[in-house]
Ligand binder design. Structure first.
Ligand SMILES: NC(=O)c1ccc[n+]([C@@H]2O[C@H](COP(=O)([O-])OP(=O)(O)OC[C@H]3O[C@@H](n4cnc5c(N)ncnc54)[C@H](O)[C@@H]3O)[C@@H](O)[C@H]2O)c1
Length: 240
């Protein structure tokens, strides 16, 4: 079981987390709540995360983003931390992927991250931290997930551009790139693929959602104040 870090500077801040009904999103919300952060936890349907304000937010839907931001503005007045975590995997090869499948992956993973950053701009405080969840699939190519890798590379590109554009407001923008993490998403790989992926991890085990939450807490905190436009890989050495 991973230990959750403590960052007293986060107490009293406000965060929005997307995809909070999933394995990693749930851990991010709980770890933020444990720091005394007011957390707006969102997913396609209201997630069940104790201690959070719950929101229905499909990240592909502009009107739902507008509604979410309005609610945060009214109830909290400001947003200090935005975590664009929602994502879908749906692996398919170049040969097998369809136009619909590709568009859907781009919609959720790429557009959802773009629009999340854009929609949040009016309510983000100066000095806020945006954390976009990419993947090891955003760092290398992969046989069998053409859409996912394309979208996750794009998340890293948009992160760098946004980091430059928002630096004058001291808003930092970074990615966390998980390796293979023990959540429902990992089990979308067939058992042979899953075994093969795990065999490539030098530390020899699957990561836990709390390992990702710890990296996100660090990027949300003042301890990372000189880090922007960067990536933190949390992958047990997969990319080494
Ligand atoms: N688990 C892994 O091995 C792994 C590896 C690398 C990156 N990631 C990334 O981590 C993030 C979290 O994944 P996870 O492992 O917790 O997966 P998960 O499947 O457990 O959770 C993903 C969550 O995103 C939500 N979601 C999907 N489409 C959405 C939409 N349109 N609007 C709002 N929410 C939506 C789902 O409802 C779900 O709750 C994703 O961005 C994923 O790509 C995961």
């Amino acid at each position: 079981m991973s230990v959750i870090a403590t960052y007293p500077c986060l107490k009293g801040r406000t965060a929005l987390v997307t995809g909070a009904g999933g394995g990693i999103g749930d851990a991010i919300c709980k770890s933020l709540v444990a720091q005394g952060v007011t957390v707006f936890a969102s997913d396609r349907s209201k997630p069940q995360v104790e201690g959070c304000n719950l929101l229905e937010l499909d990240v592909t839907c502009q009107s739902q983003w507008a509604h979410a931001i309005e609610r945060i503005s009214t109830e909290a007045g400001k947003l200090n931390v935005l975590v664009n975590n929602a994502g879908i995997y749906a692996p398919a090869s170049l040969d097998a992927e369809t136009a619909e499948g590709f568009s859907r992956i781009m919609d959720v993973n790429q557009f959802g991250t773009f629009w999340g950053m854009k929609a949040s701009l009016p309510v983000l405080s100066d000095g806020a931290s945006i954390i976009n969840v990419s993947s090891i699939g955003g760092m290398v190519g992969d046989e069998g997930s053409i859409g996912y890798t394309g979208a996750k590379w794009s998340v890293r590109g948009m992160t760098r551009s946004a980091a430059r554009e928002l630096a004058s407001r001291r808003i930092r923008v970074n990615t966390v790139c998980p390796g293979i993490i023990d959540t429902p998403m990992f089990y979308e790989n067939n058992p042979d693929q899953a075994k093969e992926l795990l065999a490539r991890v030098p530390l020899g085990v699957l990561g836990q959602s709390e390992d990702i939450a710890n990296a996100i807490l660090f990027l949300a905190s003042d301890q990372s104040r000189y880090i922007t436009g960067s990536d933190i890989l949390v992958d047990g050495g997969y990319m080494s």
